[in-house]
Design a protein around this ligand. Structure first.
Ligand SMILES: [Zn+2]
Length: 83
């Protein structure tokens, strides 16, 4: 997966989950950008998923956000969450 292939826009995945593809992560806490566990390089930000608690009333990520980073060279991905 190459984040440069995605359109730089906000995305709504149905009503309950919101987020963004590409751009920069909007960290709820401190920056936790990971390094690839295989090659050690900084990983590319791919997607951020956010809860829409007003619509669903069901927090999916502990009332926080989930972040996915990838390393295309090594076919590695990392999933993080903050709340
Ligand atoms: Zn790597």
């Amino acid at each position: 997966m190459d984040t440069r292939d995605y359109k730089d826009s906000d995305v709504t995945l149905g009503a309950p989950v919101l987020g963004q593809l590409g751009r920069q992560p909007d960290w709820l806490q401190s920056d936790e950008s990971p390094y690839c566990p295989s090659c050690g390089r900084a990983m590319d930000f791919a997607v951020q998923l956010e809860d829409d608690r007003e619509t669903t009333g069901h927090p999916l990520f502990g009332s926080g956000c989930a972040y996915v980073f990838t390393c295309v060279r090594c076919a590695e991905a990392v999933f993080l969450s903050q709340c």
